[in-house]
Design a protein around this ligand. Structure first.
Ligand code: GLC
Ligand code: MG
Length: 533
């Protein structure tokens, strides 16, 4: 890498998300923990990813598995102690890696001392820290706002005769970010972890943080159909993505900027034109508004190509792109796109321009796990059953080896394991040079060693049918990526006169180190990355 390069770690390196309940259990309670993650740091380092994001590890009643925080500056005893955390952070830094924590500012747990105060009386000093409203004259909810997790977004509180708003569970009351005291208290919670040395935050539901101050009803969604979540009955015109949210994001960003080279990633599910607004005026918003298009789009070459080009087109000057392939809220990529396409999916993720985020277990091709009715944990499925909204299938324990419980725990795992874990596990795949794991390690190594692939320009290459193709380019080095997203043979005819290229990596390893030129044929589900000569 030339020393003229000014890209920062969070632009170059790969983010790896750990869902801590499911990574590695050290104390035998069936739930993953910080000492468990500590045991696996060398594995993660060896994989080649350098940034670890851990989903919430704070004290929580676990109504939404940690996204209901009852203390923003402590560690849940189930995950370990503050000493464990400090040691984990040190060990990560010693390995020249970074740690990003999840920050959940939109709502706290209903057990948070702030909310316990707030609900005591209408004149409690913390009353206005949450969103309280009088009933309508007939006693009904103040307006039609719905909860993402089913039913009304308003919960009536007998004691004080008012409703409070919760965009998610009633155990997750929304904080009132219009209140300057809330802002200061929450910004201090960020400073607490930044002072400890964490390298950044993934900010939960950033686009939810401010709601309409006139509390207007949301309009109906003309595209709603019965198979959708009841939340989709409305367009979220007044509950999310309000103009004033950008002032809040900017205040959070200023906190980050008081420290050296930290990163703020925003969880935001919005169409790209609105998404990119979260970079902020002059890039004074969030560093990376999560781009979920690869998670949401159908696996079709033309649609993905159009999405990439559009995203590249709407990014603000100096706004750094990013791509996500999976997370704890969406189906496993191998289940979504199919096993045959799983390697193409990761080739795409790791060669697009922008910071990639990988989800634990995808490196060995873990799939959605069927969860029998009586084992369901996810509150979203419990509240809105039978609509395919269960998030447990993508949250199952990491498959480390072929021993009992896949080496995840000595106890009873909190979610069932995939029944294929005897074959699909880290140990097996480490031993098999052709495994998904070794394929991804080689791919990550190639990406990390080639500036063209991590910071280079993106140049579209015209292709047709199921083919997706582009070039990544940095100074005099260029790589051609060709992916067949379909299951029939195709012909690739790049519009590059007289080129010759050497295949560096492919899911058909027999073509590696071969030269391609002119028109060439691409097998079903085949993908390749070739260096142009
Ligand atoms: C985010 C989290 C999700 C959680 C929700 C409410 O979308 O990723 O897991 O349920 O916020 O906090
Ligand atoms: Mg444990």
């Amino acid at each position: 890498m030339s020393n003229l390069d000014t890209h920062l770690w969070w632009q170059k390196d790969i983010v790896y998300q750990i869902y801590p309940r499911s990574y590695k259990d050290n104390d035998g309670d069936g739930i993953g923990d910080l000492p468990g993650i500590m045991e696996k740091l060398d594995y993660i380092k060896e994989l080649g990813v350098k940034v670890i994001w851990i989903s919430p590890i704070y004290p929580s009643p676990m109504a939404d598995f940690g996204y209901d925080v009852s203390d923003y500056t402590e560690i849940h005893p189930m995950f370990g102690t503050m000493e464990d955390f400090v040691r984990l952070l040190e060990e990560i830094h010693q390995r020249d890696m970074k740690l990003i924590l999840d920050f959940v500012p939109n709502h706290s747990s209903s057990e948070h001392p702030w909310f316990l105060e707030s609900r005591k009386s209408k004149d409690n000093p913390k009353r206005d820290w949450y969103i309280w409203k009088d009933p309508k004259p007939d006693g009904s909810e103040p307006n039609n706002w719905l909860s993402v997790f089913g039913g009304s977004g308003w919960e009536f509180d007998e004691k004080t005769g008012q409703y409070y708003y919760h965009a998610f569970l009633k155990e997750q009351p929304d904080l009132n970010w219009r209140n300057p005291e809330v802002q200061e208290a929450m910004l201090n919670n960020m400073r607490f972890w930044l002072d400890k040395g964490v390298d950044g935050f993934r900010v939960d539901v950033m686009w939810h943080m401010i709601k309409d101050d006139q509390f207007r009803d949301n309009p109906p969604n003309p595209d709603y159909t019965e198979n959708m979540s009841p939340y989709d009955k409305h367009l979220q015109a007044y509950t999310t993505d309000q103009p004033e949210v950008h002032e809040i994001v900017n205040k959070m960003r200023k906190v980050m900027d008081d420290y050296d080279e930290r990163v703020m990633i925003g969880e935001i599910y919005l169409p790209v034109e609105r998404l990119v607004k979260y970079y902020g005026e002059n890039n004074e918003g969030t560093h990376l508004p999560f781009n979920f298009q690869l998670v949401l789009l159908p696996w079709k070459a033309r649609e993905i190509e159009a999405a990439i080009n559009k995203y590249e087109g709407v990014l603000p000057a100096n706004g750094w792109p990013n791509w996500v392939l999976g997370n704890h809220d969406n189906a496993r990529v191998a289940s979504r796109v199919g096993r045959e396409q799983a390697k193409n999916a990761v080739m795409l993720l790791l060669t697009l321009r922008g910071t990639p985020t990988m989800y634990y277990g995808d490196e060995i091709g873990m799939e959605n796990v069927f969860i029998p009715h009586d084992k369901v944990q996810d509150p979203q499925e419990k509240n809105i059953p039978g609509k395919g909204l269960n998030r447990d299938p993508e949250r199952t324990p990491m498959q480390w080896n072929d021993l009992e419980n896949a080496g995840f725990t000595n106890g009873e795992p909190w979610l069932p394991l995939m029944d294929n874990f005897k074959e699909v596990n880290v140990k097996n795949q480490e031993e098999n040079p052709k495994s998904m794991l070794n394929f991804q390690k080689r791919l990550i190594r190639l990406r990390n060693s080639e500036p063209a692939l991590h910071v280079g320009e993106y140049v579209p290459v015209s292709s047709a049918g199921n083919l997706l193709s582009y070039i990544r380019k940095y100074s005099d080095k260029e790589f051609l990526v060709v992916l067949n997203l379909g299951n029939s043979e195709e012909t690739m005819d790049p519009d590059i006169s007289g080129y010759r290229a050497l295949v560096k990596i492919s899911n058909y390893p027999e073509i590696e180190n071969r030269e391609i030129s002119g028109k060439f044929s691409i097998k079903p589900n085949q993908g390749l990355i070739a260096e142009l000569k």
